[in-house]
Design a protein around this ligand. Structure first.
Ligand code: XIL
Length: 534
């Protein structure tokens, strides 16, 4: 064991006592327990009356007992079994959802999702994907998810349902609408009270005068009941929306802007004196299909003029809306592919093919016109680990600057892992971009405990957590250096605690990860101590 590890372990031992006091466990109560041995137990189909899938108890397959619930005649990915969650809907109540799924005909593997629908008294409908699991053909597979009741006075009813991975109706193949069986569904209301450790040093204070530490959030984490809210205000000095400011969230239909969820984050930042970053204006993911199609005939692509006009309107409306509340924007996200070329159709982006490289330049110009004070950032992943991509991004920024395009900073996403890339590569990357005279930001950092995509699920052992702490310590030392040189003034983590990380489902659906500073119960991990100790 290294000295560093021994020191971190000592901290863990000292503070374990605090962690235990902070969480009070009581018995949990099951609110749904459906084994389908004596009927459908309130489960039905989600489809509209005119396209109803068939949901019925069947003896063909069973996880336990003699029957399961069979769903057939599905026409779309969201057709599947649904049931109202009983019980009172206390805001902040947490439910653990689990179920077994199997299908016998179809692709070798299919991805299933456990989701929730929130119905408002006013008629509103909101949907949340809770978690997904890869189900191999012919094998009963467990899917597990956590459902938290939002803080919403209008809330009338919550429904729990299961579906296959979303695809637009015009892209559906028979693989997306396989018949499937559901069994042994369990929804348990958690009665464990999660409280944060109030007596820990605040990271916000520890890092004061060096750089600000930020975190990605979803709006419900900021609800008054939610313990994340306290964790975030105690330790973090900056916020970014994990999803709520992406094009599909802000302009789902052409011309219809929906700002409520994103406003909640921006307002919270303003109220609490946290810096707020905007993510992201232009991206090839999480952008509605209408951007790229002909308004007269959606089977045809948009023209260059149409796409650029939509780009301008989106950027200007959004940046103006958040002016004064959002200080920095990821203007373009992931525009270079992994081979170092501008991302084109083969790389999943329709921007380049329709509009040419101009869409990148125009994005910065329009954002600058909308808010001349905002910091404008080009953001990407693997810049530290992929030399071709790094060099191409360097050349692109250099070229934009030569053309006097207002690019102010390079954002390093830094979705990295415990052993990769080397610290030296990270330092070199920061220095390379700084040499262009732009700032460098760390925009989405998390430190996966896995060495590769093929590594199987593991519960994080003490050794792993200590290695992760070493890694965070080394990374923060590099950031401190860059901050001292005036190159970097913010490091944003893609989440705050391990109960809320996109890496639980990426790049492997259902493989739980533990990449952040606090654990699933919001208690400090060794990685926290590595930073608190800086
Ligand atoms: C992720 C979100 O965290 C997920 O909730 C969502 O399902 C997919 O997108 N790079 C980015 C972020 O720029 O926008 C991505 O966020 C993570 C990778």
């Amino acid at each position: 064991m290294t000295m560093k590890k021994a020191a971190a372990l000592a901290f863990v031992a000292v503070f374990a006592g605090v962690a235990i006091q902070a969480t009070v466990a009581q018995a949990a109560t099951a609110v749904i327990k459906s084994d389908f041995e004596s009927g459908a137990d309130g489960w039905g189909g989600r489809g509209n009356p005119d396209a109803l899938e068939t949901v019925a108890v069947s003896g063909e397959e069973k996880h336990g007992g003699a029957a399961s619930l069979k769903v057939s005649d599905r026409k779309t990915t969201w057709h599947g079994p649904v049931r109202v969650l009983g019980d009172e809907l206390k805001s902040g109540a947490v439910y653990d959802v689990s179920a077994w799924i199997k299908y016998v005909d179809g692709p070798a593997v299919a991805s299933f999702t456990a989701s929730a629908e929130f119905d408002g008294k006013s008629g509103s409908r909101a949907y949340r994907n809770l978690s997904s699991a890869n189900v191999p053909k012919g094998e009963w597979t467990k899917i597990e998810a956590v459902l938290t009741v939002p803080d919403d006075k209008d809330l009338d009813k919550i429904l729990v349902y299961f579906e296959t991975r979303y695809k637009a109706d015009n892209q559906i193949t028979p693989d997306d609408t396989v018949d499937f069986y559901l069994d042994d569904v369990l929804v348990v209301k958690r009665t464990k009270v999660i409280a944060i450790q109030e007596d820990l040093p605040s990271l916000r204070e520890v890092l004061a005068g060096k750089f600000d530490l930020g975190t990605a959030v979803s709006p419900e984490l900021l609800d008054a009941y939610n313990p994340h809210r306290r964790l975030i205000t105690k330790h973090f000095g900056a916020l970014v929306a994990g999803n709520a400011m992406k094009p599909d969230a802000l302009q789902p239909k052409e011309g219809e802007f929906t700002f409520a969820a994103a406003d909640k984050i921006a307002d919270f930042g303003e109220k609490t004196g946290m810096r707020v970053r905007g993510h992201t204006l232009v991206w090839h993911n999480q952008i509605p299909a209408w951007f790229f199609t002909d308004p007269e005939d959606p089977t045809k692509p948009a023209s260059k003029a149409q796409l650029l006009a939509r780009e301008e309107k989106h950027i200007k409306t959004v940046v103006e809306h958040f002016q004064g509340r959002v200080e920095s924007w990821d203007v373009v996200n992931e525009v270079i592919d992994d081979t170092g070329k501008l991302r084109d159709d083969a790389g999943g982006s329709k921007w380049l093919g329709i509009a040419g490289k101009e869409y990148i330049e125009k994005a910065f110009i329009w954002a600058h016109e909308a808010d001349p004070k905002a910091q404008l950032v080009i953001n990407d992943y693997n810049l530290e680990s992929n030399p071709a991509k790094r060099q191409a991004t360097y050349e692109l920024v250099k070229e934009l600057l030569a053309k006097k395009i207002p690019v102010h900073a390079v954002g390093l996403q830094m979705h990295i892992s415990i052993n990769y890339p080397r610290i030296e590569e990270i330092r070199k990357t920061i220095e390379l971009f700084a040499s262009l005279g732009v700032k460098v930001l760390v925009t989405e950092m998390d430190v996966s405990i896995y060495e590769s995509e093929s590594a199987p699920y593991m519960a994080p052992s003490t050794d792993i957590l200590l290695a992760q702490a070493d890694r965070y310590r080394d990374l923060f030392a590099v950031f401190k250096e860059a901050a001292a040189k005036g190159v970097l003034d913010i490091v944003v983590l893609w989440g705050s605690a391990d109960d809320d990380t996109w890496l639980d489902d990426f790049p492997v659906a259902g493989r739980k990860n533990a990449p952040l500073l606090f654990d699933r119960d919001l208690q400090a991990k060794p990685a926290y101590w590595a930073i608190a100790d800086l």
